[in-house]
Ligand binder design. Structure first.
Ligand SMILES: [Zn+2]
Ligand SMILES: [Zn+2]
Length: 275
């Protein structure tokens, strides 16, 4: 038991340490870019009032995502494919399986990105519904939206959003090698769309989600708050009628209508369960 506990602690530590270089790089890059191209000029990200909350999510979310994903992968293989041994799991997941795993890695990446974005577009819309909003409100609770707010998700939202989509695609046969390449890119892009930048990406605004595109999603419901659900490909919003980027206007005033919503990390984790 002690050995298992130690292995768990080492695993958590490794997950933390992997995130350090990429976090520092993102901090430097977005500090420099915001200096020149701020969407909402004001105080720098490190002086935002709920910075400690954002840092807690930034550290905690990669660890919990990893354990959720592993747990769901083991459960999925057992329930859907009757695979119950460690060797069986390794053979099943190591390089993917079935027709998708036979595609070149680049093609698998495209399938993964499109599949993931399609699934999370719809789970994101569901989380904006009455029953699930209390979990997703955590993500929208940042009033000063910055790159470091990107990881602010309630674990329940994370489990039934990105983690479920990842596992569905791995169970469909996509190779986990796709994660090795796309993992850091996805983290960087997620920080990018939350960064305080006035970038719309011009003619590419339908191709890749930009800071202005996603910052509109963080405004009030009657503005862009019920629009722009796609994480990566805004064309999904275009197809489903939820695209919103008014010409010549930049988003401002972020956050949620509930003025009593807690701002600390611990209180936000508990809040949806006691409402
Ligand atoms: Zn949302
Ligand atoms: Zn967001």
């Amino acid at each position: 038991m002690n050995q298992e506990l130690w292995a768990f602690i080492v695993n958590v530590g490794e997950t933390f340490m992997k995130g350090v270089p990429i976090s520092l790089a993102l901090a430097v890059v977005f500090t420099a870019l915001t200096w020149f191209w701020a969407c909402n000029p004001g105080r720098p990200w490190w002086r935002k009032p709920d910075l400690v909350t954002d840092i807690c999510y930034w550290l905690f979310i990669p660890v919990i995502t990893r354990f959720f994903r592993i747990g769901l992968l083991i459960a999925g293989a057992a329930i859907l494919f009757n695979i119950r041994t460690a060797d069986g799991l390794i053979a099943f997941y190591e390089n993917g399986h079935g027709p998708l795993a036979k595609l070149p890695l680049v093609a698998q990446m495209i399938v993964f990105l499109v599949g993931e974005d399609f699934i999370t577009y719809w789970t994101h819309r569901l989380f904006h519904g009455n029953r699930l909003w209390k979990y997703h409100a955590v993500h929208h609770s940042s009033e000063e939206l910055e790159w470091i707010s990107a990881a602010r998700f309630h674990p329940f939202n994370l489990f039934f959003g990105a983690v479920l989509a990842d596992v569905a695609l791995l169970l469909a046969g996509i190779s986990p090698n796709v994660f090795v390449v796309l993992g850091p890119i996805t983290i960087a892009h997620s920080a990018f769309v939350h960064a305080n930048l006035d970038w719309t990406l011009g003619p590419f605004k339908y191709v890749i989600a930009s800071p202005v595109f996603h910052r509109w999603h963080h405004t009030a419901a009657e503005r862009g708050g019920e629009k722009n659900f796609a994480a990566t490909f805004p064309v999904l919003d275009l197809i489903f009628g939820t695209f919103y980027m008014p010409a010549g206007e930049l988003p401002d005033r972020y956050g949620i209508a509930d003025r009593d919503f807690p701002t600390s990390f611990g209180a936000q984790l508990v809040h949806p369960f006691i409402q």
